[in-house]
Design a protein around this ligand. Structure first.
Ligand code: PLP
Length: 438
């Protein structure tokens, strides 16, 4: 019997962490209000709560306009389309992100061009963007991943120099600020997700932010079956769809938005405490601080397991051991999209992959992004944000568990355990196991 829980020792923590999402009487009141209104859907668009939420969400992120929509994937698609992405255009994206960042590009018959991530931020490596620009490039789609921002200073500079659009994927960045500017307000448009795990959630939902009236008008037409808004100045006529958010979702968001600043403050304070406790452990590394982030949005707290200092332990065994100490954690949270089983892009389904080419694009063969692959398969450790919404003692437990596993890595040699096997599974294989409650 060893010291680690996975080898038979006593776990650091037996108690579950606070559950996510949280709610109270304000959410119940808002839901009842929509129920009694007998106007539950998204029409007229934006409906009552969608309108009220949108105005507050835009202001919080220093943007002029916000459109709440059905989910985050569709928000990206609408933002790209409203900004003017056309079939055959190329859009530069980070290789290491959720597949939902990239799928909308293909849906518009445009082509994703993958760029590796910076190992210090896990966001797009701005030093590699210019070499990915071709005459067909129309946009950069940075993702503010996990708890960092893509370098928006460099991205806006490059975009200006090459006349490119910038669409920010802010699915992880609610309330985050870069040099005091809100996530989603620095590019031509920004897209958010309100899916269950996110920092602000209605179970499902999404939003587009922009300060361009023209993009806003076009986005609202795409969302609302092609209809013009009441203030339409541009007289666009286009084929739209129904991507509206229901007012039940918007009502929840409106109530949840009031909680976000206090949650953000608490998470940030607990994260700072955690970092002071674990800094200097030899087998892990923290992502460097970024002073240009003036408000931290930590959707997931990410740090690195250093396999070269791991006494032979793999990232999967580190994670399995941490989980058995009572700390929910993940490693294969994302894969480089070009390798992901959730991204089987083939030219039969997406003919744009062969337009004007002798051989169709084959993402799997064409790309190798070493920083993204190392992050996904060897190094990154992801802790869900709500672990840092609890007490100081909760955060102390997380730090103690990380330290305990680091100090006893030698025990992991040769250990086989279901918790370790689970940590080797990619997202495509997971639906059966992901509902586990911690
Ligand atoms: C980085 C990123 N982009 C886009 C999305 C898509 O959002 P949704 O799940 O609301 O469609 C997500 C959601 O998981 C995400 O994490």
């Amino acid at each position: 019997m060893g010291k680690l829980a996975i080898t038979g020792g006593k776990p650091v923590r037996g108690k579950p962490f606070p559950a996510w999402p949280v709610y109270g009487p304000a959410e119940e009141r808002a839901l009842r209000d929509v129920l009694h209104s007998q106007n539950w859907g998204g029409f007229p668009f934006p409906n009552r709560y969608a309108d009220s939420f949108g105005k507050k969400f835009a202001a919080m992120h220093t943007a002029k306009y916000c459109l709440a929509v059905a989910n985050g994937t569709i928000a990206i698609e609408i933002a790209l389309q409203a900004a003017g992405i056309r079939p055959g255009d190329e859009v530069i994206v980070p290789a290491y992100t959720w597949e939902g960042t990239v799928a909308p590009i293909l849906r518009l018959n445009a082509i994703p061009v993958f760029v590796d991530v910076d190992p210090d931020t896990y966001c797009i490596d701005v030093k590699r963007i210019e070499e990915a620009i071709s005459p067909r490039t129309r946009a950069i789609l940075p993702v503010h991943l996990a708890m960092r921002f893509a370098d928006m200073d460099a991205i806006t500079r490059i975009a200006r120099a090459h006349k490119l659009l910038v669409i920010e994927d802010c699915a992880h960045a609610h309330g985050g600020r870069w040099r005091s500017k809100g996530a989603g307000s620095m590019g031509d448009a920004g897209a958010f997700s309100f899916q269950s795990s996110k920092l602000l959630t209605a179970g499902e939902g999404g939003a587009i932010l922009t300060s361009s009236l023209e993009i806003y008008e076009r986005a609202q037409s795409y969302t609302n079956c092609g209809r013009a808004s009441l203030t339409d100045r541009f007289h666009h006529r286009l084929i739209g769809f129904n991507y509206r958010i229901s007012d039940f979702q918007a009502a929840i968001l409106d109530a949840q938005l009031k909680l976000l600043p206090a949650q953000q403050k608490k998470r940030t304070a607990n994260i700072e405490f955690f970092e002071r406790r674990v800094a200097g452990l030899p087998s892990v590394a923290l992502l460097p601080r970024e002073p240009r982030i003036t408000a931290l949005a930590a959707y997931q707290y990410v740090f690195k397991f250093l396999p070269e200092n791991g006494h032979g332990a793999s990232r999967a065994s580190f994670l399995g051991a941490l989980e058995m100490e009572g700390i929910p954690c993940d490693g294969l949270f994302y894969e480089p999209v070009y390798r992901s089983p959730l991204f089987p892009a083939d030219p039969e389904t997406y003919p744009v992959l062969r337009w004007g080419r002798k051989k169709p694009i084959d993402f799997r063969r064409q790309y190798h992004c070493p920083n993204s692959e190392r992050a996904a398969y060897e190094e990154s450790v992801w802790l869900p944000h709500h672990l840092f919404l609890g007490s100081r003692k909760d955060t102390q437990d997380i730090a103690d568990a990380v330290a305990k596993v680091c100090e006893n890595l030698h025990e992991l040699k040769g250990v086989r355990h279901p918790a370790i096997r689970l940590k080797t599974m990619n997202r495509a294989d997971r639906p059966r196991v992901e509902r586990r409650q911690y």
